[in-house]
Design a protein around this ligand. Structure first.
Ligand code: RNT
Ligand code: ZN
Length: 425
């Protein structure tokens, strides 16, 4: 099938017109593109293989999260995953980052348990990141393991199990520290645990007290390099509908008092609750935070991110709060029912488009109208802004970064599926 690429000759002329249109509203398109180019999105490794990972004793995905579908072509090993990520990067404008989970280790067919994992097992990832000129982020993996099958890890009443997971947390920070040192930059190390209960607990505070102590133990020592520790709460998971130990309130309080980053995942709140309003509430107290960019449909379903209102509202808040340097963006979704490289590219490009829309907003004018009490004018202007030719700026931006503009990348996706993915059995 042919996909409507924007005719190359038109991209420049359409951009020039768009530039003038935005300039008439006081918006500088060049500046917007320059700012967009400075944003590095941490693309999650786990869309590439449905959160399977490469442990020798792979147990399958557990922990209250779920990837549904069995579209052919998932990456079966780290080499394939790297190749797929490179393909995705070739269709995403600008250099980004890559986000690894501990289960994506490479241990040459030897079983390495979570309490023994170390930077050595990620040396090929570090080499690859150097070649790509990108930074790496990290996540300890507290799910898909026999010692998490009771649904309790860092909050487990059994001291030995708790200790096992604390050790995993400590080792993960060391790996993050190695990433930061070897790649000469920051590494966000995000901790999420599945701990919770299906039905009404007799004791809600005990597990939380134990989690608190386990976390303090993990973060007790300083690690070298620029490691940003983040903690991610949520409302519920499959099998933990009634109670999640690491709830949003728990981690918000923890992160503020312990000077950690809180991670807000767009799918981890009540189904009608969105996160854009939370930024200006948390930022006065938290120097930095992490966002897991996801798309919940009716529940924390981790659908591929698209440029919907939730995403655009989030992007606008980041820009309006002038918080680009304080808010780290990491994608987090896993759809196993479609081409996985496509999923990555759709998600990251959608986030970039949302940021571009936000950067092209005449926010000063909207604010002035609000202050003057001209609220009909404010609403009218923001509605008219939706019809502005942001797509012409986007296409020009893609072209300036030497990646396909418009829908033309879909052809490349199809070709890669035919040449590479369809050959994986
Ligand atoms: C789970 C959290 C968590 C995971 C990844 C795989 O609900 O969102 O971030 O998606 O760690
Ligand atoms: Zn998440």
């Amino acid at each position: 099938m042919k996909f409507p690429a924007v005719p190359g000759k038109m991209i420049g002329s359409r951009y020039n017109e768009a530039k003038e249109i935005y300039a008439s509203l006081g918006v500088d398109t060049e500046k917007a593109m320059k700012t967009l180019s400075s944003v590095k999105i941490s693309m999650h490794c786990w869309q590439g293989d449905d959160v399977g990972g490469f442990e020798v004793n792979e147990t399958g995905l557990t922990g209250g999260i779920m990837a549904t579908g069995n579209y052919p072509g998932r990456a079966r090993n780290a080499d394939e995953l790297r190749k797929d990520a490179e393909k995705a990067f070739s269709m995403i404008p600008g250099k980004q980052r890559f986000n690894l989970h501990a289960i994506y280790l490479e241990s040459d067919n030897k079983f390495i348990d979570r309490d023994k994992v170390s930077a050595r097992h990620f040396s090929r990832w570090i080499e690859w990141a150097k070649e790509q000129g990108i930074g790496l982020d990290f996540n300890p993996t507290f799910f898909s393991h026999p010692k998490s099958s009771s649904g309790m890890t860092l909050s487990n009443p059994d001291k030995a199990i708790r200790k096992f997971w604390i050790e995993h947390g400590i080792r993960s920070r060391e790996i993050a520290s190695e990433f930061s040192g070897k790649l000469n930059g920051r590494t966000v190390n995000n901790l999420w645990i599945p701990d919770g209960m299906k039905d009404i607990p007799a004791d809600r505070s005990g597990p939380r007290q134990r989690l608190l102590e386990s976390l303090d133990e993990i973060y007790k020592s300083k690690v070298a390099g620029d490691v940003k520790d983040a903690v991610e709460g949520k409302l519920f998971g499959i099998g933990s509908e009634e109670y999640v130990v690491g709830s949003n309130e728990f981690y918000l309080a923890y992160s503020i008092t312990r000077k950690k980053l809180v991670c807000m995942d767009m799918g981890h709140y009540h189904p009608t609750e969105t996160i854009h309003d939370k930024l200006s509430a948390v930022l006065p107290f938290a120097p930095e935070l992490l966002i897991h960019v996801s798309r919940p449909i009716r529940w924390d379903s981790d659908h591929v991110v698209i440029m919907n209102d939730d995403l655009v509202n989030l992007a606008k808040e980041i820009i309006r709060c002038d918080a680009l340097g304080r808010v780290y963006l990491a994608t987090d979704f896993f759809d196993a029912s479609i081409n996985r490289i496509g999923a990555w590219v759709i998600g990251v490009r959608s986030l970039q488009k949302a940021l571009l829309i936000a950067l092209l907003e005449p926010s000063g004018t909207l604010r002035k109208l609000e202050l003057a009490g001209r609220n009909a004018e404010k609403l009218a202007l923001s509605e008219e802004l939706r019809a502005l030719p942001f797509g012409d700026v986007w296409n020009f931006y893609c072209e300036s970064k030497s990646v396909p503009a418009g829908a033309s990348w879909i052809g490349e996706l199809e070709k890669y599926e035919k040449d590479v993915l369809s050959k994986r059995k």
